[in-house]
Design a protein. Structure first.
Length: 248
């Protein structure tokens, strides 16, 4: 964004390839920016004197879409997420199919069918198009209900297993080891408890685990959740979840 109005040529190396970056470039191009290489690791920008107004529809949030898919999956329910981009979530849907879930994709939709049981699988987070680090915590919650053992490796961020301790409070059997967590799944093995959100995606994982847990789960510090989800509890309630937001 700084480079589009800078004089001369700017080259960004080791650039992120995520769809959100590509979407931003498309908008800047519509405003008159001169950019090449979006979606690759090298982006080249030729500075221009000014940008012009333009209209743009923001790309669908693949992380929210993935979270809603996992919400359906972890409860054994059926959920269809519309107005999304299925190819942006192939790393997730491929792994869900590996677990035994029936996934159907349309041009702008993804559906997960009802499922009585699923098996564990291993994931390693990596830059796009690899498995998203922002779905690691939610997928870990799903694996707590799987048959067998799953190994989850965090390849992007350090110290991104803070949700493990809170999932354990709900009854999950997880052993964290630096950048690796071993999850021993047990369907119906979670029980409601008071837990604390430590970051944005961790809070989403606790909400998902709470959907699958017996009894009442209270997730505190949900201001983390609101950083990345708009009225998530309303959307989940519309899907049939018994969930409500309480005043602090």
């Amino acid at each position: 964004m700084a480079a589009v109005l800078a004089k001369g040529t700017t080259i960004l190396e080791n650039a992120a390839k995520e769809p959100e970056v590509v979407d931003l470039v498309h908008y800047l191009k519509a405003m008159g920016a001169q950019i090449e290489g979006e979606g690759t690791s090298v982006i080249t920008i030729e500075g221009v004197d000014e940008l012009r107004p333009a209209s743009h529809a923001i790309v669908a949030d693949r992380i929210e879409a993935g979270t809603l898919l996992i919400a359906g999956a972890i409860t054994g329910g059926a959920v269809t997420v519309e107005d999304c981009v299925p190819e942006h979530l192939e790393a997730l849907t491929d792994k869900m199919q590996e677990c035994g879930f029936d996934i159907t994709t349309g041009e702008t939709s993804i559906a997960v069918a009802e499922c009585d049981g699923w098996t564990g699988t291993d994931i390693t987070t990596s830059p796009y198009p690899g498995f998203p680090t922002d779905l690691q915590a939610q997928f870990m919650a799903l694996m707590t209900q799987a048959e067998g053992t799953s190994v989850i490796t965090e390849g992007i961020f350090e110290n991104r297993f803070m949700h493990v301790q809170e999932l354990v409070r709900l009854g999950a059997d997880i052993t964290p080891m630096s950048q690796v967590a071993v999850v021993r799944g047990q369907r119906g093995g979670l029980s409601g408890a008071q837990v604390m959100a430590t970051d944005l995606r961790a809070s989403a994982s606790l909400v998902l685990a709470g959907l699958a847990a017996a009894g009442e789960t209270i997730v505190n510090r949900i201001y983390h959740l609101d950083r990345g989800y708009e009225k998530l509890e309303v959307k989940l309630r519309e899907l049939g979840a018994r969930i409500e937001r309480r005043a602090a």
